[in-house]
Design a protein around this ligand. Structure first.
Ligand SMILES: *[C@@H]1O[C@H](CO)[C@@H](O)[C@H](O)[C@H]1NC(C)=O
Ligand SMILES: *[C@@H]1O[C@H](CO)[C@@H](O)[C@H](O)[C@H]1NC(C)=O
Length: 219
Protein backbone atom coordinates (compact mmCIF):
# COMPACT_ATOMS: atom_id res chain seq x y z
CA UNK A 1 0.00 0.00 0.00
CA UNK A 2 2.95 2.30 0.67
CA UNK A 3 3.74 2.40 -3.03
CA UNK A 4 0.36 3.96 -3.93
CA UNK A 5 1.12 7.51 -2.67
CA UNK A 6 4.56 7.19 -4.22
CA UNK A 7 2.92 6.38 -7.55
CA UNK A 8 0.69 9.46 -7.32
CA UNK A 9 3.64 11.66 -6.42
CA UNK A 10 5.48 10.34 -9.46
CA UNK A 11 2.47 11.01 -11.70
CA UNK A 12 2.10 14.50 -10.22
CA UNK A 13 5.78 15.33 -10.79
CA UNK A 14 5.54 13.99 -14.32
CA UNK A 15 2.43 16.10 -15.03
CA UNK A 16 4.19 19.13 -13.57
CA UNK A 17 7.28 18.54 -15.70
CA UNK A 18 5.08 18.16 -18.79
CA UNK A 19 3.19 21.37 -18.12
CA UNK A 20 6.48 23.25 -17.61
CA UNK A 21 7.99 21.79 -20.76
CA UNK A 22 5.00 22.81 -22.90
CA UNK A 23 5.19 26.53 -22.12
CA UNK A 24 5.47 27.41 -25.81
CA UNK A 25 3.57 26.91 -29.05
CA UNK A 26 2.72 23.20 -29.31
CA UNK A 27 4.57 20.74 -31.50
CA UNK A 28 3.13 20.81 -35.05
CA UNK A 29 2.83 16.96 -35.13
CA UNK A 30 3.31 17.01 -38.91
CA UNK A 31 5.65 18.61 -41.48
CA UNK A 32 3.48 21.73 -41.69
CA UNK A 33 -0.08 22.95 -41.28
CA UNK A 34 -0.62 25.89 -43.65
CA UNK A 35 -3.32 28.08 -42.14
CA UNK A 36 -6.68 28.36 -43.84
CA UNK A 37 -9.86 30.16 -42.80
CA UNK A 38 -12.73 27.74 -43.15
CA UNK A 39 -14.91 28.56 -40.16
CA UNK A 40 -15.75 31.75 -38.30
CA UNK A 41 -17.36 30.00 -35.34
CA UNK A 42 -14.56 27.63 -34.33
CA UNK A 43 -12.33 27.86 -31.26
CA UNK A 44 -8.82 29.09 -32.02
CA UNK A 45 -5.90 28.42 -29.67
CA UNK A 46 -3.44 30.85 -31.25
CA UNK A 47 -3.76 28.81 -34.40
CA UNK A 48 -5.78 28.10 -37.51
CA UNK A 49 -7.08 25.11 -39.46
CA UNK A 50 -4.65 23.31 -41.75
CA UNK A 51 -4.88 23.51 -45.52
CA UNK A 52 -4.93 20.12 -47.23
CA UNK A 53 -1.19 19.36 -47.76
CA UNK A 54 -1.99 18.21 -51.33
CA UNK A 55 -2.97 21.75 -52.37
CA UNK A 56 -0.23 23.59 -50.42
CA UNK A 57 2.01 25.71 -52.67
CA UNK A 58 5.38 27.45 -52.21
CA UNK A 59 3.66 30.83 -51.82
CA UNK A 60 2.06 29.56 -48.59
CA UNK A 61 5.57 29.76 -47.08
CA UNK A 62 6.56 33.02 -48.76
CA UNK A 63 6.39 36.72 -47.92
CA UNK A 64 8.05 39.55 -49.82
CA UNK A 65 8.63 43.22 -49.06
CA UNK A 66 10.68 43.37 -45.86
CA UNK A 67 13.41 45.38 -47.61
CA UNK A 68 11.08 48.40 -47.90
CA UNK A 69 11.57 51.13 -45.23
CA UNK A 70 8.26 51.95 -43.51
CA UNK A 71 6.70 55.35 -42.87
CA UNK A 72 7.55 56.44 -39.31
CA UNK A 73 5.58 59.71 -39.33
CA UNK A 74 3.40 59.02 -36.28
CA UNK A 75 3.24 60.03 -32.60
CA UNK A 76 5.98 57.68 -31.43
CA UNK A 77 8.21 57.81 -34.52
CA UNK A 78 8.31 54.05 -35.07
CA UNK A 79 6.47 51.46 -37.12
CA UNK A 80 6.32 47.71 -36.54
CA UNK A 81 5.62 45.49 -39.54
CA UNK A 82 4.75 41.93 -38.51
CA UNK A 83 4.93 38.79 -40.57
CA UNK A 84 2.83 36.49 -38.43
CA UNK A 85 0.52 33.62 -39.33
CA UNK A 86 -2.10 36.03 -40.75
CA UNK A 87 0.34 37.21 -43.45
CA UNK A 88 2.32 33.99 -43.84
CA UNK A 89 -0.09 31.04 -43.42
CA UNK A 90 2.75 28.49 -43.60
CA UNK A 91 3.84 29.63 -40.11
CA UNK A 92 0.78 27.97 -38.57
CA UNK A 93 1.80 25.71 -35.61
CA UNK A 94 5.53 26.28 -36.20
CA UNK A 95 6.03 28.58 -33.21
CA UNK A 96 8.01 31.29 -34.99
CA UNK A 97 7.48 34.68 -36.70
CA UNK A 98 9.29 37.85 -37.70
CA UNK A 99 8.90 41.63 -37.54
CA UNK A 100 10.63 44.66 -39.04
CA UNK A 101 10.79 47.81 -36.89
CA UNK A 102 11.57 51.21 -38.42
CA UNK A 103 12.54 54.18 -36.26
CA UNK A 104 12.71 57.89 -37.10
CA UNK A 105 15.50 59.77 -35.26
CA UNK A 106 14.51 59.66 -31.54
CA UNK A 107 11.56 57.43 -32.35
CA UNK A 108 10.52 54.86 -29.76
CA UNK A 109 8.78 51.50 -29.78
CA UNK A 110 7.05 52.24 -26.47
CA UNK A 111 7.05 49.90 -23.44
CA UNK A 112 5.10 46.77 -24.38
CA UNK A 113 5.18 43.00 -23.99
CA UNK A 114 4.36 39.92 -26.00
CA UNK A 115 2.08 37.56 -24.04
CA UNK A 116 2.94 34.54 -26.18
CA UNK A 117 6.52 34.94 -27.36
CA UNK A 118 10.16 35.61 -26.57
CA UNK A 119 11.72 38.16 -28.93
CA UNK A 120 15.25 38.23 -30.36
CA UNK A 121 16.13 41.56 -31.98
CA UNK A 122 18.97 42.47 -34.31
CA UNK A 123 19.87 46.03 -35.28
CA UNK A 124 20.47 46.43 -39.01
CA UNK A 125 20.91 50.19 -39.07
CA UNK A 126 21.34 52.92 -36.44
CA UNK A 127 21.66 52.85 -32.64
CA UNK A 128 18.97 51.67 -30.22
CA UNK A 129 18.74 52.02 -26.44
CA UNK A 130 16.78 48.95 -25.35
CA UNK A 131 15.82 47.23 -22.13
CA UNK A 132 13.39 45.05 -20.24
CA UNK A 133 12.15 44.90 -16.64
CA UNK A 134 11.83 41.65 -14.70
CA UNK A 135 9.07 40.53 -12.32
CA UNK A 136 11.18 41.80 -9.40
CA UNK A 137 11.66 45.20 -11.14
CA UNK A 138 15.26 44.71 -12.21
CA UNK A 139 16.04 46.68 -15.37
CA UNK A 140 18.36 45.11 -17.96
CA UNK A 141 19.46 47.60 -20.61
CA UNK A 142 21.93 48.00 -23.45
CA UNK A 143 22.80 50.33 -26.31
CA UNK A 144 22.74 48.34 -29.55
CA UNK A 145 24.59 49.22 -32.73
CA UNK A 146 24.42 47.68 -36.19
CA UNK A 147 24.84 43.91 -35.91
CA UNK A 148 24.07 43.74 -32.19
CA UNK A 149 21.48 41.26 -30.92
CA UNK A 150 19.35 41.37 -27.75
CA UNK A 151 16.72 39.05 -26.26
CA UNK A 152 13.48 40.08 -24.54
CA UNK A 153 12.14 37.09 -22.55
CA UNK A 154 8.46 36.21 -23.04
CA UNK A 155 5.97 38.39 -21.17
CA UNK A 156 8.48 41.03 -20.01
CA UNK A 157 7.92 44.77 -20.50
CA UNK A 158 10.51 46.12 -22.94
CA UNK A 159 11.15 49.00 -25.35
CA UNK A 160 13.53 50.20 -28.06
CA UNK A 161 14.48 53.87 -28.44
CA UNK A 162 16.44 55.34 -31.36
CA UNK A 163 19.15 57.42 -29.70
CA UNK A 164 20.90 58.20 -32.99
CA UNK A 165 20.45 61.18 -35.30
CA UNK A 166 19.60 58.91 -38.23
CA UNK A 167 16.85 56.38 -38.93
CA UNK A 168 17.21 52.98 -37.33
CA UNK A 169 16.00 49.55 -38.44
CA UNK A 170 15.75 46.31 -36.48
CA UNK A 171 14.44 42.85 -37.27
CA UNK A 172 12.87 40.75 -34.54
CA UNK A 173 12.21 37.01 -34.41
CA UNK A 174 9.53 35.59 -32.07
CA UNK A 175 9.04 32.16 -30.52
CA UNK A 176 5.37 32.19 -31.57
CA UNK A 177 3.49 32.31 -34.87
CA UNK A 178 1.39 35.05 -33.28
CA UNK A 179 3.18 36.50 -30.20
CA UNK A 180 0.61 39.28 -29.64
CA UNK A 181 1.50 42.72 -28.30
CA UNK A 182 0.19 44.69 -25.32
CA UNK A 183 1.46 48.28 -25.26
CA UNK A 184 1.36 49.42 -21.64
CA UNK A 185 0.18 53.03 -22.04
CA UNK A 186 -2.43 52.14 -24.68
CA UNK A 187 -3.77 49.27 -22.59
CA UNK A 188 -3.93 51.20 -19.31
CA UNK A 189 -5.06 54.64 -20.58
CA UNK A 190 -6.76 53.72 -23.85
CA UNK A 191 -8.77 50.59 -23.08
CA UNK A 192 -12.31 50.17 -24.39
CA UNK A 193 -14.24 50.92 -22.24
CA UNK A 194 -11.89 53.02 -20.09
CA UNK A 195 -10.76 51.74 -16.69
CA UNK A 196 -12.49 53.68 -13.90
CA UNK A 197 -10.16 56.70 -13.25
CA UNK A 198 -10.40 56.05 -9.49
CA UNK A 199 -8.43 52.85 -10.05
CA UNK A 200 -5.69 54.60 -12.03
CA UNK A 201 -5.55 57.65 -9.72
CA UNK A 202 -4.85 55.35 -6.78
CA UNK A 203 -2.58 52.99 -8.71
CA UNK A 204 -0.34 55.74 -10.08
CA UNK A 205 -0.64 58.01 -7.02
CA UNK A 206 -1.45 61.10 -9.11
CA UNK A 207 -4.26 63.63 -9.42
CA UNK A 208 -7.35 62.68 -11.45
CA UNK A 209 -6.50 65.46 -13.95
CA UNK A 210 -3.29 63.64 -14.83
CA UNK A 211 -5.24 60.46 -15.55
CA UNK A 212 -7.77 62.43 -17.66
CA UNK A 213 -4.91 64.01 -19.59
CA UNK A 214 -3.28 60.64 -20.23
CA UNK A 215 -6.59 59.13 -21.35
CA UNK A 216 -6.99 61.95 -23.90
CA UNK A 217 -3.64 60.97 -25.44
CA UNK A 218 -4.73 57.39 -26.13
CA UNK A 219 -8.26 58.00 -27.42
C1 LIG B 1 3.86 59.16 -44.02
O1 LIG B 1 2.71 59.22 -43.20
C2 LIG B 1 2.26 60.56 -42.97
C3 LIG B 1 1.16 60.51 -41.93
O2 LIG B 1 0.21 59.53 -42.25
C4 LIG B 1 1.84 61.19 -44.28
O3 LIG B 1 1.42 62.51 -44.07
C5 LIG B 1 3.03 61.16 -45.25
O4 LIG B 1 2.63 61.63 -46.52
C6 LIG B 1 3.59 59.76 -45.39
N1 LIG B 1 4.84 59.81 -46.16
C7 LIG B 1 5.09 59.00 -47.18
C8 LIG B 1 6.42 59.16 -47.82
O5 LIG B 1 4.28 58.17 -47.55
C1 LIG C 1 -8.27 34.75 -41.58
O1 LIG C 1 -9.28 35.70 -41.33
C2 LIG C 1 -8.84 36.82 -40.57
C3 LIG C 1 -10.05 37.67 -40.23
O2 LIG C 1 -10.84 37.91 -41.38
C4 LIG C 1 -7.77 37.57 -41.37
O3 LIG C 1 -7.28 38.68 -40.62
C5 LIG C 1 -6.60 36.62 -41.64
O4 LIG C 1 -5.65 37.26 -42.46
C6 LIG C 1 -7.09 35.35 -42.33
N1 LIG C 1 -6.00 34.39 -42.38
C7 LIG C 1 -5.75 33.63 -43.42
C8 LIG C 1 -4.61 32.69 -43.28
O5 LIG C 1 -6.40 33.68 -44.45
Amino acid sequence: MRSVPKFFVTVLLFALACSLASASDPSPLQDFCVAINCSTSAVFVNGNFCKDPKIVIADDFFFSGFQIPRNTTNRVGSTVTRVNVDLLPGLNTLGISLARVDFAPYGVNPPHFHPRGTEITMVIEGTLYVGFVTSDNRFFTKVLNKGDVFVFPIGHIHFEFNVGKTNAVAFAGFSSQNPGVITIANAVFGSNPLINPDVLTKAFQVDKNVINYLEQQFK
